[in-house]
Design a binder for this molecule. Sequence first.
Ligand code: FDP
Length: 341
Amino acid sequence: MAEIDNKNLFTKINVGDGTDLMTMTRWVLAQQQASAEATGDLTILLTAIQFGCKYVASKVKQAGLINLLGLTGEANVQGEDVKKLDVLANDIFRNSLIASGKVSLLVSEEDEHAMVVENPEQRGKYIVTFDPLDGSSNIDCGVSIGTIFGIFRVQDGEEVGMKDLIRSGRNMVAAGYCMYGSYCEMILSVGSGVNGFTLDPAIGEFIMTHPNITLPPRGKIYSVNEGNMKYFDEPSKNYVNAVKNKYSARYVGSMVADVHRTLLYGGIFGYPADSKSKRGKLRILYEVFPMAYLIEQAGGKATTGTQSALDLIPEHIHDRSGVWLGSKEDVEELESFYKQA
Ligand code: FDP
């Protein structure tokens, strides 16, 4: 009989062998455990957001096959109403967030009014602003789209209300987006940098694939809808004219996809206010603030041209603003055109 080789009886666990995967939940829990005041509520809230993103990711993949594209009002083979993808996404996120018991107030791009969670016992200490399916013009042709969210905390000891929303983006405690593209990726910041988690559809978990995302100080890409150039104000027009000779142009037309590329490769993305849309197109609470927060957390900058985007204070929940964001030096170059004006 061969002797047992005790030395090789147990294989050492090697963290580089792909078995020590950092799931998003594990990462958020670790962040919470490091903080003395943490209650675990944010972990639960983010689990609800993860669920919504996984659900939407799976429906986006099937959309062309099961009539989720296009208009509502159609019936599927079972005779049930087929919801348009953005309506379905909104319902899923709303229900999942309320069920978490960690939210008191919700603002969605799809709903005219902010929603206060009806049952006081189901209310929690957070406020979530979200765009359940951003990039709607790209849904029907299968181009990358996404969900964007910002998280605020209800102000201490006070009844939740509009005053909790009429605040600058500096009050956010976390923000992120999920991109439904050739892969599904969640980008998240809880105020200590930015990390990216890719959905492994086989196990239904977001796995950390892009730790500590940091924007290069300068990029080589500008991203703007140049079809609107004639409406831009002079500083934005002059800036685009200055960069177009030295940079590559990339514009998907889904904010999530354009910001995702900017975060990973650097450069600048803009949707400035113009003479057609005097207050800009992108919505402050669930587009501009979350993206500006992520960009700043990754070492970049976000501006309206004349002020930091996170310092804006909306007057209404669906208020809009022009925004430019990306690599620090690129954004500062854009700002210099506004200073000269
Ligand atoms: P969409 O209208 O397709 O929903 O605010 C929404 C948004 O897309 C952003 O995702 C995107 O960056 C921008 O608008 C695209 O606008 P244009 O089609 O005017 O370029």
